[in-house]
Structures are given as C-alpha cells and as structure tokens.
Design a protein around this ligand. Structure first.
Ligand SMILES: *[C@@H]1O[C@H](CO)[C@@H](O)[C@H](O)[C@H]1NC(C)=O
Ligand SMILES: *[C@@H]1O[C@H](CO)[C@@H](O)[C@H](O)[C@H]1NC(C)=O
Ligand SMILES: *[C@@H]1O[C@H](CO)[C@@H](O)[C@H](O)[C@H]1NC(C)=O
Ligand SMILES: *[C@@H]1O[C@H](CO)[C@@H](O)[C@H](O)[C@H]1NC(C)=O
Ligand SMILES: *[C@@H]1O[C@H](CO)[C@@H](O)[C@H](O)[C@H]1NC(C)=O
Ligand SMILES: *[C@@H]1O[C@H](CO)[C@@H](O)[C@H](O)[C@H]1NC(C)=O
Ligand SMILES: *[C@@H]1O[C@H](CO)[C@@H](O)[C@H](O)[C@H]1NC(C)=O
Ligand SMILES: *[C@@H]1O[C@H](CO)[C@@H](O)[C@H](O)[C@H]1NC(C)=O
Ligand SMILES: CC(=O)N[C@H]1CO[C@H](CO)[C@@H](O)[C@@H]1O
Length: 482
C-alpha cells in the first residue's frame, strides 16, 4: 500500500496528511466499452428528454432542520472502481484539491446491490447478487430515522434522484430508453433498480406520498432550480455516467459536467452542504474493498480542503454521520457497529463523538461475498429479524428506532437456523415483486389527463405541463409528519 497508509497510527483526532494518498496506476485498468461521454442535458439543472419523464411538480418547501455540522448531505455514487484508479482521473484530481479525500473508506461487500442497501439499511441482509429484492416496511432504514426526526422530533426531508428512471416511484427492475450516446443505436438500459436504495425499500415504494421521493433527473433539475433540494439526497447517475458500463475516463467526464458546476450553485451547495462523492465497491474482489471518496461542499471545514484523512470509514459511516449530525435514533445494525461505523472525523469532533482507531490489519474483510446468512441469501436463508441489541445508543446519542410493525422478540436468537432454499428448490420470498404500482402518482398530481406512455418520444417541456394540485402538495407535506 502507499506510504500514506502507514501514517494512520495517529489517534482519535483526524489524522490529516497532505500527500496524495493513492499510488498511481493506469487510468483504464478495468475493461470498458468504447462509449465516449456525451452530456445528457445542456446542464445538470436543465430538463432533458434523455432523462425520460418530465418533472410534474417540485418537492414542497419545508423548513430546514439545522444539523450540528451540515444542513444537507448529498451522496453521489459511482461504480466499481479501485481507489487507486479513481484517484488518477482528471475530475477526481481536480476535486481532491477542493475537498477532503477520505483515504480509508471501504465498501461493505460485493457486488453492487448489497452496498446500496447497506448504505440506507445498515445491513446487506446476506445479499450476494444484483437480482430483484425488496426490504419489508418493518425493517427500518435511514428514511425512517429522517422521518422520525430524533431528539428534536423534526422530520428531515430526503430524496433519491435516479438518472433515466421513467417516473417517480418506479419499481421496475430496469428501464430502457433512447440511446443518446450513440444516436441510432438500439435503446439502452440506462436505469437499474439495483442502484436505487429508495426503490428497494417498501417503506418508500409502498407508500404513495413517500414514493414521490424516488425521483428522476428532470425532478432534480426542477428541485434545484426551485430551491427545494431536500436535506438528505442520494444521486445515482445512469449506467454509463457512473462508470458501470464504461470506465474511469467516462465517469470523470460526467463528474466534470455534473458536479463541478453544481458546486458553485447556491441552491445545491451552500455553507451548510456536505457532498460525498464515492463508489459502491472496489473493482478487485481479491483486494480490500477500498473506494475513493471525497468530501466536498461548504460545510467542510476550510482547513481540511485539499487534505486527506485516513480514519477507517465504511458505507455505514454515512448513516452514523447523519445520526450524529441531527441527533437521530439508530437502526441497531451496522450503523451501531463501533468498528464499521466511525463518524466522518470532523463531524465526530463537532458533536463530541469518539471514533475508534481500526488498524489496517484489524479491518473486517469487506471483500467477502456469498458467505453470509440472511433474508436475501438463498443458500443460507434466515428471515428478517429485529435488531439484536435493542438498547444500542448510536452516534446521535439516541436509542434504536423500533416500529410497531416489528416483532421485537423475533431476534436472531429466536430465528430458525439458516436454510438452503436453493437445495430445496424454493425461491427467496423477498425476490418477488411486492406489486406496488406508482405509475399513476405523477399523473394524478396533474390536472391534464394525457394518456401517452412515458418515453423519450413523448417528452413534453415541464412548463407545458400543468402544476401539481394543492391536494397532492398537502399529501407530500403530510408524509413528512409521519
Ligand atoms: C473525456 O473527455 C476528453 C476531453 O474532452 C475526451 O478527449 C475523451 O475522449 C473523453 N473520454 C470519454 C471516455 O468520454
Ligand atoms: C409526469 O407525468 C407523466 C404523465 O402525465 C409521466 O409520463 C411522467 O413520467 C411523469 N414524470 C415523472 C418524473 O414522474
Ligand atoms: C431488465 O429487466 C428484465 C426483467 O424485468 C430482464 O429480463 C432483463 O434482462 C433486464 N435487462 C437489463 C439490461 O438489465
Ligand atoms: C480479500 O482480501 C484479502 C486481503 O485483505 C485477501 O487476502 C483475500 O484473499 C480476499 N478474499 C477474496 C475472497 O478475494
Ligand atoms: C461488527 O462488524 C464486524 C464485521 O462485519 C463483525 O465481525 C463484528 O462481529 C461486528 N460487531 C458486532 C458487535 O456485531
Ligand atoms: C415484518 O413484517 C412481516 C409482514 O409484513 C412479518 O411477516 C414479519 O414477521 C415481520 N418481521 C419482524 C421481524 O417483525
Ligand atoms: C414474535 O416472535 C416471537 C419469537 O419468535 C414469536 O413467538 C411470536 O409468535 C411472534 N409474534 C407475532 C405476532 O408474530
Ligand atoms: C445450497 O444448495 C445448492 C444446490 O444444491 C448447493 O450448490 C450449495 O452448495 C448449497 N449451499 C450451501 C451453503 O449449503
Ligand atoms: C485498497 C484498495 O484500493 N483496494 C484495492 C482495490 O483495488 C486496487 C487495484 O487497483 C488495489 O490496489 C487495492 O488494494
């Protein structure tokens, strides 16, 4: 490993180093297609037919709940790239100079989907593939914590923004739309559910008002322009822009196009905004699952700009940091696992939370996959269970959020031993579509009744669509009070 890693002995306070934390390696290590980046829109805040469904209404303006370190956190997830490779791209080199490189940030397993699930649920539930799954409503996620509002009992707004998703609340496995990179080529599956943490959670997808928080990039443009971007934001670029089907040179170009201008847009980034640019997982399964991560935005203390910090962090840290910032309750899962959930170091300092030092040799092997029992494992299936330690105090200084719909006594201790469903020719009960139909959500929020199917061809300019009805706005507002 690069020499910067050996500096991590230093202690509880952020161990800030100035040197480049990743060794250089070739830009295009991974196999990539020959696609060349082409902007999907004229700017990140302009609507585009390429994004498919037009915006029908912006989110309601809600009062901002002050956090101890930031008032908004925006996570942008790119795909499958080793930290050493990402750090050599032009966009990351430029952005590293404007932010803090979190040089010991790790994914929690392989492949993609379990990492996206873990980032909001604090667990990947034994998942080791990218198939269709859903998490039942009684299993809490960060969305429950934000709605609950923790100590202050003030709900915090949130949304997922998914490029090329056809309509708000979409629950389909993927979506194919017009190929805008190679005009004339056949349609392209730009959107994939496996990269959408909002869609996978029944708590969001199974509720008509919360489903509107699962939004597309035309909504993103409209919400930014209207100054109503929520306080917790998750952004998933499409399958070419996030590097999944392409590679580092491509996502570097997208990052330049998308994030660079947004960082100077006050409706996106103000002095209380934290932007986390990261990856779902490393590309090399046989190495530690380290991912390049840069913290940016006005909420980052100025003295950390262009530095690196090697505190051991994982996707669970993005949950514990949110809990610490707003004094939220916790999930009682990976978000309270002391080893796995260090709070972003400057946030920990601000709130007075003590992180643990995890030496490189003590870091869990988060490159392992297919070995864990859980509700999403078909070879070691165990049902969803209530958290084991229901008295855990999390980084927000609060207890575990337990919902009335959860059977609190159904813990791992009372669950049956893992079963091999595959050997029994049974399918995983959580891999079937729960059947939520949100296709009329956006339609019902309009006064016009166009029956045209969504798709690039039927795209209409947002201004030509009628505004959301007052009742729909009230419904969205009411969901924040649950
Ligand atoms: C990235 O942008 C550069 C500069 O415009 C261009 O030369 C290069 O071909 C682009 N690469 C990809 C993969 O889009
Ligand atoms: C807006 O409503 C139309 C139906 O009138 C739908 O086709 C489109 O997908 C909706 N847009 C979004 C982003 O949900
Ligand atoms: C899209 O989803 C369908 C199932 O709904 C599946 O058969 C198909 O293989 C998927 N395609 C891609 C490219 O993911
Ligand atoms: C996981 O990474 C470790 C190095 O930390 C390596 O020794 C091990 O072989 C890897 N495991 C797999 C399954 O690739
Ligand atoms: C924390 O996570 C690590 C890695 O998965 C695991 O080995 C350890 O048992 C967990 N600790 C607790 C208290 O669950
Ligand atoms: C969660 O809810 C489902 C019904 O939706 C129920 O079957 C299951 O037992 C519940 N699990 C727990 C741990 O409460
Ligand atoms: C809750 O879980 C316990 C322990 O497994 C079980 O005995 C009980 O029947 C469950 N209650 C309900 C309402 O499902
Ligand atoms: C489960 O069963 C399948 C099919 O019989 C088998 O290939 C696999 O090794 C088994 N896995 C475990 C963990 O028992
Ligand atoms: C530490 C890290 O980045 N993990 C591995 C990811 O893949 C690269 C390959 O470029 C390895 O060097 C890293 O060890």
């Amino acid at each position: 490993m690069p020499s910067a890693y050996s500096l991590l002995a230093l202690a509880a306070l952020p161990a800030v180093v100035v040197s480049a934390p990743f060794s250089n390696s070739p830009l295009s290590k991974r196999a990539s297609s020959n696609q060349i980046f082409s902007p999907p829109s004229s700017s990140p805040t302009s609507a585009s037919a390429n994004y498919v469904g037009a915006n029908n209404a912006t989110l309601p303006k809600t009062s901002v709940v002050s956090g101890k370190s930031f008032d908004r956190i925006v996570q942008i997830w790119l795909e499958n790239t080793d930290a050493a490779v990402a750090s050599t791209t032009p966009a990351f080199q430029k952005l590293a100079a404007q932010g803090l490189t979190l040089s010991s940030y790790y994914a929690v397993t392989h492949p993609s989907e379990p990492n996206y699930i873990a980032s909001v649920a604090g667990d990947f539930f034994g998942l080791s593939d990218d198939a269709f799954y859903h998490v039942p409503e009684n299993i809490t996620t960060v969305f429950d914590l934000l709605d609950d509002g923790g100590k202050a009992a003030k709900p915090i707004s949130y949304a997922c923004y998914q490029e090329n998703m056809p309509y708000d609340g979409y629950t389909g496995f993927n979506y194919t739309s017009k190929n805008y990179i190679t005009p004339g080529a056949k349609d392209y599956a730009y959107y994939q559910r496996k990269h959408n943490p909002c869609a996978i959670m029944d708590y969001v997808s199974g509720d008509k008002t919360r489903a509107l928080r699962n939004r597309n990039f035309n909504d993103f443009a409209a919400d930014v322009n209207a100054g109503v971007l929520p306080q917790w934001v998750f952004i998933t670029p499409n399958m070419v822009n996030d590097g999944h089907d392409t590679g580092p040179a491509f996502f570097s170009n997208w990052t330049d196009y998308f994030l660079t201008p947004l960082l100077t847009n006050k409706n996106f980034n103000d002095d209380k905004t934290l932007v986390l640019l990261t990856f779902d997982e490393n590309d090399s399964y046989n190495d530690p699952n380290q991912i390049m991560t840069i913290a940016l935005g006005g909420a980052l203390p100025k003295n950390l700009v262009s530095k690196a910090d090697d505190t051991y962090l994982t996707h669970y840290s993005a949950i514990s940091t949110v809990e610490a910032n707003w004094e939220l309750k916790n999930l009682g899962r990976g978000d309270v696992n002391k080893t796995m959930s260090n709070v972003f170091p400057w946030v920990a300092q601000t709130v007075g939370y003590t992180n643990v030092q995890v030496a490189e040799e003590d870091r869990p092997m988060t490159n392992l996959t297919g070995l864990f029992a859980g509700p999403f494992s078909s070879t070691r299936y165990q049902p969803f269970t209530a958290p084991t330690d229901q008295n855990a105090k999390g980084a927000g200084g609060q207890g575990v959020l337990l919902k009335p719909s959860l059977n609190k006594s159904y813990t791992l201790a009372s669950a049956p031993a893992p079963v091999n469903l595959t050997a029994n020719h049974q399918t995983n009960p959580y891999s079937s579509d729960p059947g939520f139909d949100n296709s009329k959500l956006s339609v019902s929020s309009q006064t016009s009744t166009s029956s045209s199917k969504s798709g690039a061809a039927s795209f209409t300019k947002p201004s030509a669509l009628s505004a959301i009805s007052a009742t729909a706005l009230l419904a969205i507002g009411a969901s924040l009070l649950l």
